[in-house]
Design a protein around this ligand. Structure first.
Ligand code: ZN
Length: 156
């Protein structure tokens, strides 16, 4: 009974942290996410923002996120390392542009230290990739407004 109790506690802690015991592990960036991270660095560079990923101890993983409706998370650890976790079941359903959006949003938190911004225009369209997903605005990320939203993301 006691062991069972401990197990349940551990599971609960894992749920709160989003993942377990990766703090002191070597960080890995999964290949599927590396593509979008490279693209992020390149889009930043196009806007005169140089990001050196080797200076950031970042891991990026596609895993099951238990919290319902959570697409991705940026977790900051006390040792300065960071982790992006993208929900596996959601990821499989996203197209390329949606995958880019989710990874860029989490990199906005983890790399650019940005917080949420639910600013909307008169049509209710979100004006930032950093929208929380819980606000009033509608995210309409497409090839027409992509560059405008990237300008906003990398604004200094
Ligand atoms: Zn967010």
């Amino acid at each position: 009974m006691k062991i069972k109790k401990i197990n349940i506690t551990l599971i609960a802690i894992c749920l709160i942290l989003g993942s377990c015991s990766k703090e002191n592990e070597t960080k890995i960036i999964e290949a599927e996410l590396q593509i979008y991270i490279d693209l992020f660095v390149s889009e930043a560079s196009d806007r005169a923002i140089e990001i050196d990923m080797s200076e950031i101890n970042l891991g990026a993983y596609i895993e099951n996120i238990e919290q319902n409706g959570t697409l991705g998370q940026c977790i900051s650890y006390s040792d300065g390392s960071k982790e992006i976790v993208i929900d596996e079941r959601s990821w499989e359903r996203l197209d390329d542009l949606e995958k880019e959006y989710v990874v860029f949003h989490e990199l906005g938190h983890c790399v650019l230290d940005r917080s949420h911004d639910n600013t909307q225009d008169n049509n209710g369209t979100c004006q930032s990739i950093m929208q929380s997903g819980e606000g009033q605005c509608q995210s309409r990320y497409n090839l027409n407004n992509r560059s405008q939203l990237l300008e906003e993301l990398f604004k200094s």
